[in-house]
Design a protein around this ligand. Structure first.
Ligand code: SF4
Length: 276
């Protein structure tokens, strides 16, 4: 167990520091911290337990962003779809992320809505439904999986297996057929062998990602995985990462190629440095 002082519960004022406004696009922080305790991650220790901002505060900040000319809003949280903010009305005690997205979409000024970062275990039916019903919600989902091996997912304490993840992907695709997926991958987690790595490649082939972030496992002091005696050789990690990234690059290229010739809306975030 780590001996780390948890930070105080975050105190959000209007437009907290994490909000970042640049031209027509802005981030709005709605949630902080995490209770998942994945065995490679320091967030639950460094950022404390999961906390959701009350809906009324989020909506107040959203109005301020509109005054600043924001058209694209990204709802931000370390585990954003665990959001359960205090309800502004008597009809319910808390609002989920799906409910909040529906409300944010009611603001005419916002043209594009995004959210990041999600955990598969916290996906709710109303979030899937929002991808079907809220046209302003970008057809994009960053849904980290980290590994395609059930054995490694268990060792990581991810609280889901590959079939659970595939089912979610299918549900999102059914709700929004043009949705583009992104993910995070860690290669060389302690104990990962060639079969586990092959399972991760297989998962990638089955999902088809538009883009992804991938890393070699590196020890985070104090986390359970850093103490494992089954650390993977750095050379092996490098080979696996190269193989995985080559596959992801192929998929990214295929996604980009599919977009050629399509007509899409474009949001100009700010003026260019040069006239014209
Ligand atoms: S990886 Fe994500 S879900 Fe897991 S402990 Fe870290 S912040 Fe939480």
């Amino acid at each position: 167990m780590l001996n780390v002082d948890f930070p105080e519960q975050p105190k959000f004022d209007t437009l907290p520091e994490m909000n970042h406004v640049e031209g027509a696009a802005a981030f709005l922080s709605i949630q902080e911290g995490c209770d998942k305790f994945c065995h490679f991650c320091v967030v639950p220790y460094t950022r404390g337990s999961e906390y959701s901002r009350p809906v009324k505060d989020v909506l107040k900040d959203a109005r301020r962003l509109i005054e600043l000319g924001v058209k694209e809003i990204t709802l931000l949280g370390q585990n954003v779809n665990a959001y359960h903010g205090e309800s502004p009305d008597a009809a319910s005690k808390e609002w989920s992320l799906g409910r909040l997205i529906q409300e944010i979409a009611e603001f005419d000024a916002f043209e594009i809505i995004r959210y990041i970062t999600s955990h598969p275990r916290d996906v709710t039916q109303d979030l899937i439904d929002a991808h079907r019903d809220v046209k302003k919600l970008a057809p994009y989902l960053h849904l980290p999986v980290q590994s395609g091996s059930n054995r490694i997912l268990k060792a990581m304490n991810r609280k889901h297996d590959r079939d659970f993840y595939f089912k979610l992907i299918d549900q999102f695709r059914e709700a929004r057929p043009d949705i583009a997926f992104s993910s995070d991958f860690i290669v060389g987690f302690p104990g990962e062998d060639d079969r586990d790595h092959a399972d991760t490649l297989d998962l990638i082939r089955r999902v088809h990602y538009a883009q992804a972030y991938s890393f070699k496992y590196s020890r985070r002091p104090g986390t359970p995985a850093s103490a494992s005696e089954f650390q993977v050789d750095e050379g092996v990690k490098g080979e696996r990462l190269a193989e995985l990234q080559a596959l992801l690059d192929e998929q990214k290229m295929a996604f980009n190629q599919k977009c050629v010739g399509q007509e899409m809306g474009v949001l100009f975030e700010r003026k260019a440095r040069h006239e014209g």
